[in-house]
Design a protein around this ligand. Structure first.
Ligand SMILES: [Fe+2]
Length: 272
């Protein structure tokens, strides 16, 4: 299975390789189960932490209409996330479960790839509950709850995306060859984190790594990012750079298209 957890924070033109030494970037290997759903306790957040959430929520909410996918905006609306206070994971988990059967688990940080994909395979999304500092509004080197809750969970409200996300986890656990693992990691990166979709209104973003980043949201729809049709073989052969804005992005026709294309890729590469 893939040895790199691709569920990372948005890249930044200001990031440096020194970020790789940030403790938040060191994957955690679990030694015990993590709390799921109603077992996720609500942390004692400070007023400043809630204020950071509110600042980021308002900024992205104003930017996303006309840029984010219809499916993302619908999921965000259905989740009814609180703008003023960091949402409780238990509450987010309940809404996800009602919509698509997914639940949220509270992760202490970036998970070891096997642990991360094992949760996805069971329709459980490992989610952080801590938030970046105000000095990191534009960039943080590892996931925080703005990236995880605001960026990731709205798409998991969409039934076809939710199924695809589980299959990513199942495929990662079934991988036996390093080249397949690498291709799968790239498919994850260029869909879950940095995917684009053709909506009826035009090109839109569904990748969470873009949607949770103000600068990447603006960059991704410009001509500075080359757009290619989503073909799993091509995506799997395309390296990505975690430290800078993406110069190549892939566009799906629909989540039906994504699911079908990924199923075929799995039949050829994972289950053969
Ligand atoms: Fe992520």
């Amino acid at each position: 299975m893939a040895d790199t957890n691709p569920s990372i924070a948005p890249p930044s033109p200001n990031a440096t390789s020194a970020d790789a030494n940030d403790p938040r970037c060191v994957p955690i290997k679990l030694t015990a189960p993590i709390p799921v759903g109603d077992d996720c306790a609500y942390p004692p957040y400070t007023d400043e932490e809630h204020a950071v959430w509110r600042t980021m929520f308002e900024r992205q909410e104003g930017l996303l209409p006309g840029r984010a996918a219809d499916e993302f905006l619908k999921g965000l609306s259905l989740l009814k996330l609180d703008r003023d206070r960091i949402p409780a994971l238990a509450e987010v988990s309940r809404r996800l479960h009602e919509a698509t059967g997914w639940r949220v688990a509270r992760t202490p940080g970036l998970l070891d790839a096997h642990d991360f994909f094992s949760h996805l395979a069971r329709r459980v999304f490992p989610c952080t509950d801590y938030i970046r500092s105000r000095s990191e509004l534009d960039y943080t080197p590892a996931p925080d709850c703005f990236h995880d809750i605001f960026g990731h969970t709205p798409m998991i409200m969409h039934p076809r995306f939710a199924d695809f996300y589980q299959k990513i986890g199942q495929a990662a656990l079934a991988c036996r060859e390093a080249s397949t693992e690498e291709a799968l990691t790239r498919i994850y990166w260029f869909t879950v984190e940095f995917g684009l979709i053709k909506n009826s209104g035009g090109l839109r973003i569904f990748g969470n790594g873009i949607i949770s980043s103000y600068a990447e949201t603006l960059h991704s729809l410009t001509e500075k990012a080359r757009k290619l049709p989503f073909v799993p073989e091509t995506v799997g052969a395309t390296p990505y750079d975690i430290w800078h804005f993406q110069d190549t992005l892939f566009v799906i026709d629909s989540f039906e298209h994504l699911g079908t294309a990924f199923d075929w890729w799995c039949r050829d590469h994972v289950r053969g």
